[in-house]
Design a protein around this ligand. Structure first.
Ligand code: FAD
Length: 353
């Protein structure tokens, strides 16, 4: 019988490939479970995906609860909701914590589950912790309580200027979604052993109202910003959409680089949304992040501040990005970018990957 007291992670797979967010969520769940003195359970849903269960164990799960059913071949809100609820019912006691990804699927599924269970959900978290809380319950005395070892779901708030610690200790599970790329995955350990449980769920007629025939990924917008080692981003300072040619040209110096963008460049339709870095785009942590003509507004900064090396080119010496970049170059990007390219080639940086 699976352990209902483990910290639970809803794993995400697409057509049989585990998504990066899953290993990150397991990393976060391990951190929390060690503080709670319990383990980590993963819920794995899909069709012909049972073979992925072992990989989840290698990534840090102690138990994997699998529902492998043809109805789960393609993601659909109602069938996946039923499957997660099916697992929770199978456990009997709801886990204290359930984590999901702040991905397209997670953002769709997590609120459905939370609403069904009438429990709280904190979306888009960047950190998690465990702690205590005393609620004085002035407004509602029935909520008064001294809560021990509850989930601290931490996320930026007020335009990313404050970190809010959001607590919902009154009902389990305490649910949260995590942004991609903000929590660390654990190194893969192929010697880890765990338990794998296959269970089934009875789909109801109402769960099958929508039938997804096929899911097709738009490869034209598939930009792997979150796993890129080098990102060269362009902002509104490019002045025109053609400016991205300069960005692409600089990016071409590196072997596995990806082009990023600020929201203002995306909103101006100079480049697709898939390239956007920041609060409402992707959170990235590459080895090198080069920003061309980007001011460094807080909403952009939160998406890239964890980059190991930040190089910014801006013609305004007072631009905020120059305050937190490791290297800041004050100048016109159209003059600086070609020089930077030359210098990088000279330094042999084309070997970076
Ligand atoms: P600007 O702020 O206009 O800056 C352009 C910069 O280019 C300036 O610093 C200028 O000095 C410099 N420049 C101009 N010409 C040149 C030149 N020739 N050479 C060198 N430098 C030059 N923004 C994001 O990026 N990502 C997000 O996810 C995001 N989410 C948001 C969510 C919310 C709720 C809100 C309110 C805002 C969000 N924003 C986001 C927008 C953000 O506040 C900024 O407006 C945006 O990041 C600015 O983009 P930018 O730096 O390209 O443009």
């Amino acid at each position: 019988m699976p352990n209902p007291h483990n910290v639970a992670v809803v794993a995400e797979q697409f057509h049989g490939s585990l998504q990066q967010i899953t290993s990150e969520l397991i990393g976060a769940a391990r951190f929390l479970s060690e503080k709670l003195g319990t383990g980590v359970s993963c819920f794995l849903l899909g069709h012909e995906i049972t073979q992925l269960a072992e990989r989840l164990v290698h990534q840090g799960a102690d138990e994997v609860i699998v529902i492998d059913a043809p109805q789960l071949k393609e993601y659909a809100t109602l069938t996946y909701r039923r499957a997660v609820i099916g697992i929770l019912e199978h456990l009997g006691t709801p886990p204290q914590i359930v984590l999901m990804g702040s991905t397209t699927i997670g953002r769709d599924l997590a609120p459905r589950i939370a609403a069904y269970l009438e429990t709280g959900l904190t979306a888009d978290c960047t950190e998690f912790d465990i702690g205590d809380y005393e609620h004085k319950g002035k407004a509602d005395p029935s909520k008064t309580g001294n809560f021990k070892n509850i989930l601290y779901a931490i996320r930026p708030s007020f335009g990313e200027s404050l970190k809010a610690r959001i607590l919902g200790p009154w009902k389990n599970p305490q649910m949260a979604t995590a942004r991609i790329g903000v929590v660390q995955a654990l190194p893969l350990d192929t010697s880890r052993k765990g338990k794998i449980y296959n269970i089934s769920v009875n789909f109801k007629q109402e769960d099958l109202r929508i039938k997804v025939l096929k899911t097709v990924r738009d490869v034209s917008v598939s930009v792997n910003l979150t796993e890129a080692k080098v990102i060269v981003s362009g902002g509104y300072g490019l002045g025109e959409p053609e400016g991205f040619e300069v960005v692409r040209d600089l990016a071409s110096v590196f072997k596995n680089s990806v082009v990023g963008a600020s929201r203002r460049a995306v909103d101006s339709s100079w480049i697709g949304y898939a390239h956007q870095v920041g609060q409402t785009g992707k959170t990235v942590r590459p080895d090198i992040y080069i920003a061309l003509g980007i001011s460094g507004a807080i909403q952009h900064r939160v998406g890239m501040a964890n980059s190991k090396l930040i190089i910014a080119v801006n013609k305004d010496a007072d631009a905020p990005i120059l305050k937190f970049a490791h290297y800041g170059i004050v100048g016109d990007l159209y003059q600086v970018a070609p020089l930077l390219k030359k210098a990088l080639i000279k330094m042999g940086k084309e070997k970076v990957q």
